[in-house]
Ligand binder design. Structure first.
Ligand code: SF4
Ligand code: SF4
Ligand code: SF4
Length: 295
């Protein structure tokens, strides 16, 4: 009996999600034992076959070619798996939605911004699910290798895939003390960069030490690997399924732990709270580009 076919494509992103898949090392053999890999960014052919069982899509929809390739993938595939925060949430490149398209082009390409050799950019960056039906989503920048393999195996075996639902604090090993106690006192006087602290307690919650950790507003699943390494979570997996607005939740969480006025000293609250998820927030409708591209 022939094996199911798998294709992988990379839209606007950095191909780091493909690198994460390759990082599974011998785990990749488990996938390849079950599927025929018929197309990938490393295989040389420009187009995926006209029929394939599963397509893994990395990257966001940022230009017309992304849209065309995503639509071709949907037409060809039985199951589409969006992998990585670019594909699922719009990702870090989605921060360009805060700027007018004409300004983006001028900043990136300067005098060449009107060149016909440049890709035709869409008015804003979108997650893949804005353009085609997506059957499974694995956010993360990049997602953990095991999460990608688990989703792909579920897709090729036609078995249920149960993505993580809770927030990162639920799987973080650090002790939550002040945040769990009912108190009139604020947890921290301000928000500090790691290098501003003389010592970092390796046991206590980083947010309780005044370090902005995005754990409360971020989906679990990575094993809280950053906080385990004494580094705050940057929110790369996007909002948990219980939250919608990662940035809004950031403001909400900080307002709960900081005294009034302390938030004013955060330089880039939107860039911090929406670093990976701006295109799926309410902001694209608020910051609409009146008149579109005027370059
Ligand atoms: S999600 Fe992160 S690792 Fe994956 S393509 Fe986007 S930027 Fe690269
Ligand atoms: S805020 Fe950060 S450090 Fe604190 S429990 Fe949550 S994930 Fe861990
Ligand atoms: S701890 Fe946060 S930033 Fe680090 S990998 Fe996990 S979700 Fe991403």
């Amino acid at each position: 009996m022939s094996k199911p076919t798998l294709a992988t494509i990379a839209l606007s992103g950095c191909e780091g999600c493909h690198v994460s898949l390759l990082d599974s090392h011998e785990g990749l053999l488990d996938v390849l034992a079950l599927v025929d890999l018929v197309h990938s960014p490393f295989s040389g052919e420009a187009e995926i076959p006209s029929q394939v069982d599963v397509v893994m899509v990395e990257g966001a929809i940022a230009n017309e070619e992304d849209r065309r390739r995503a639509e071709a993938a949907r037409k060809a595939a039985t199951i589409v798996v969006a992998v990585g925060s670019c594909a699922v949430l719009g990702g870090i490149g989605g921060l360009r939605n805060l700027s007018r398209l004409s300004d983006v082009k001028k900043a990136a390409f300067g005098a060449d911004s009107k060149s016909s050799r440049l890709p035709v950019l869409e008015d804003r960056v979108r997650p893949v699910s804005d353009v085609i039906l997506v059957d499974m989503s694995v956010p993360g920048c990049a997602p953990e290798t095991g999460q990608i393999v688990e989703a792909l195996l579920a897709a090729v075996n036609n078995t249920p895939y149960n993505p993580p639902r809770r927030n990162l604090c639920d799987e973080c090993h650090r002790e939550k003390r002040a945040m769990l106690e009912h108190s009139q006192e604020f947890v921290s006087d301000g928000v500090f960069a790691l290098m501003e602290l003389e010592t970092i307690d390796p046991v206590i919650c980083l947010l309780e030490q005044g370090v902005l950790c995005m754990g409360p507003m971020t989906r679990e699943g990575c094993g809280a690997k950053c906080t385990a390494a004494n580094v705050p979570c940057r929110g790369c997996a996007g909002p948990s399924r219980l939250e919608f607005e990662q940035g809004g939740k950031t403001i909400d969480a900080l307002a709960a732990v900081l005294p009034a006025g302390a938030l004013m000293y955060m330089e880039d609250l939107i860039g911090t709270g929406y670093r990976f998820s701006l295109p799926v927030s309410v902001f694209p409708t608020i910051f609409d580009h009146e008149g579109g591209d005027d370059v």
